[in-house]
Design a protein around this ligand. Structure first.
Ligand SMILES: Cc1cc2nc3c(=O)[nH]c(=O)nc-3n(C[C@H](O)[C@H](O)[C@H](O)COP(=O)(O)OP(=O)(O)OC[C@H]3O[C@@H](n4cnc5c(N)ncnc54)[C@H](O)[C@@H]3O)c2cc1C
Length: 459
């Protein structure tokens, strides 16, 4: 892919000053202490913390395209202090204490991203304005108020989660339907591509070798194999997230579910006066088919929603502009903010997120085989990958820190079903989620049975 094609991957890539020229690719035999497959946030944060702790360590990253090609370069820009699937652990008395520690570690990860980017002079438009989940239907009100109460009962305070009454909520965000909302302070808006490209430069300065345009075919015994070379290493970290099924013998660990985004042209102040988001709060609502948005530093609205799963874990990085996913996202955006009806959509893009069978991310290291893994963030990996990177670094360096005792450490991903069962199951869950959302929107009531069935699958 030429540099120009990388630029067209997303609004974020298109707005970089960096010319996106690929680094050299891997050729011949190399040795390292740690080899990392994938130069997204997970791989780069791990390399960063390894080199900060032990500058003499040899760390090599092997990337199929360029650093930031994957989800890390094109996401929704929410650096969020939460982890997919944690609600189930919080609800389970046997796991609750560990889950609370994990949640607090995630809060800290949001601040850690802010601290490191400032210290390393990575300018990624970081703004910690919190996040608002708006009640856009009557059932959302009860849902969100219950969530605030549950967080309170677990010991989280007003400074973490709060309920905004309709007046307060409308003063912060001008969605057409706005019945109040939940505010969570632990979220920063970022420019994802500036973060990942900046991190790659920082780790390179620390002495990490990054090879690009070097697709790894397989991860063998302490070896990373490409068509033109290999790296032997004491530990090999797999940091390939939604692309994991492409690796030999990894077809059923994670599935790629695509999520689609659009960005408007820079909007005039008169429109921002209606929309709000003065603190660059990120926003969504609690519908089942996730939506997410933010105000970019240059005054656009970037907005996205969950898209497709393709048969056989097919992966797409480019999409035709008339893809149905974009139409759905754009329709939802204008439905939320009618003031955007005339706004030009300048960019449309999408990409895969990695979804494990139990919808719960995991990090770990098998000392016997030297294989490490991190990911399965289900679309919430911006801050989580920072915590993952620190944790994997501690595991590799055999440090007995609090992080290595957190409950997402060490449990390998359960396998997904083979096709066509997988495709049928994912499509059925998606259809169920859409039908629950549509009924709530239409009737103002939650269809109880369908909602319970859905919860039993995805929490
Ligand atoms: C459109 C979109 C919106 C999102 N919005 C948000 C959000 O707002 N907040 C949030 O927290 N999360 C969001 N996410 C998810 C988040 O971006 C990811 O969880 C996170 O970036 C994962 O980082 P990673 O490094 O693990 O994976 P990636 O960034 O996907 O990196 C994996 C890298 O591995 C490389 N690779 C893959 N296979 C191979 C191979 N065989 N050999 C060598 N290299 C390989 C890829 O090219 C890629 O560069 C979103 C994702 C998408 C796609």
């Amino acid at each position: 892919m030429a540099a120009e094609r990388y630029r067209s991957l997303s609004f974020w890539h298109d707005s970089l000053a960096d010319d996106l020229t690929p680094r050299a690719s891997l050729s011949g035999d190399h040795a390292a202490d740690v080899a990392i497959v994938g130069a997204g946030y997970t791989g780069l944060w791990t390399a960063y913390y390894l080199k900060k702790a032990q500058p003499g360590l040899e760390v090599t990253i092997v990337e199929a395209e360029i650093a930031g090609f994957g989800a890390s370069g094109r996401n929704g820009g929410w650096c969020l202090g939460a982890l997919a699937g944690i609600d189930k652990w919080l609800a389970d008395p046997a796991r609750r204490d560990g889950a609370i520690s994990l949640m607090r570690a995630m809060f800290d990860a949001v601040d850690e991203v802010g601290r490191v980017t400032e210290a390393e002079e990575i300018s990624c438009d970081y703004a910690k304005g919190g996040t608002i989940s708006v009640a856009t239907t009557a059932p959302h009100v009860g849902m969100l108020q219950r969530q605030v109460e549950e967080f309170r009962s677990l010991g989280f305070g007003e400074e973490d989660f709060g309920w905004l009454d309709p007046g307060e909520c409308r003063s912060r965000i001008g969605t057409r339907r706005n019945l109040g909302g939940m505010f969570m302070s632990h979220c920063a808006a970022i420019h994802p591509a500036k973060l990942v490209r900046g991190l790659a430069e920082v780790v390179e300065r620390l002495g990490v070798r990054i090879y690009e345009l070097s697709p790894v075919r397989s991860i063998g015994e302490r070896t990373v194999l490409t068509d033109s070379g290999q790296v032997r290493a004491g530990v090999v970290l797999r940091a390939t997230e939604g692309y994991t099924p492409r690796l030999l013998r990894h077809g059923r660990k994670l599935i790629p579910i695509h999520t689609m985004m659009v960005a408007t042209e820079p909007l005039p102040e008169s429109v921002w006066d209606e929309i709000g988001l003065a603190e660059r709060e990120t926003f969504g609502d609690p519908r089942r088919v996730t939506i997410y948005g933010l105000r970019t530093a240059d005054g656009r609205l970037a907005f996205g929603g969950r898209g497709e799963y393709y048969f056989g874990s097919g992966i797409r990085d480019t999409f035709p502009p008339d893809d149905a996913g974009f139409r759905r996202v754009q329709h939802t955006l204008v439905d939320l903010f009618p003031a955007l009806r005339e706004a030009e959509i300048t960019h449309r893009w999408g990409g895969p997120v990695g979804v494990p069978r139990d919808w719960r991310p995991s990090v770990g290291l098998n000392r016997l085989s030297g294989r490490a893994w991190a990911g399965g963030y289900v679309g919430e990996g911006v801050a989580a990958s920072n915590l993952a990177g620190r944790t994997v670094a501690d595991l590799i360096l055999e440090r007995e820190t609090e992080l290595v005792g957190l409950p997402w450490v060490g449990t390998p991903f359960p396998r997904w079903e083979p096709e066509p069962v997988r495709w049928v199951g994912v499509k059925a869950i998606r259809a169920l989620a859409e039908s629950v959302d549509a009924t709530e929107m239409r009737s103002g009531k939650t269809p109880k049975l369908r909602s319970r069935v859905l919860r039993s699958f995805v929490g």
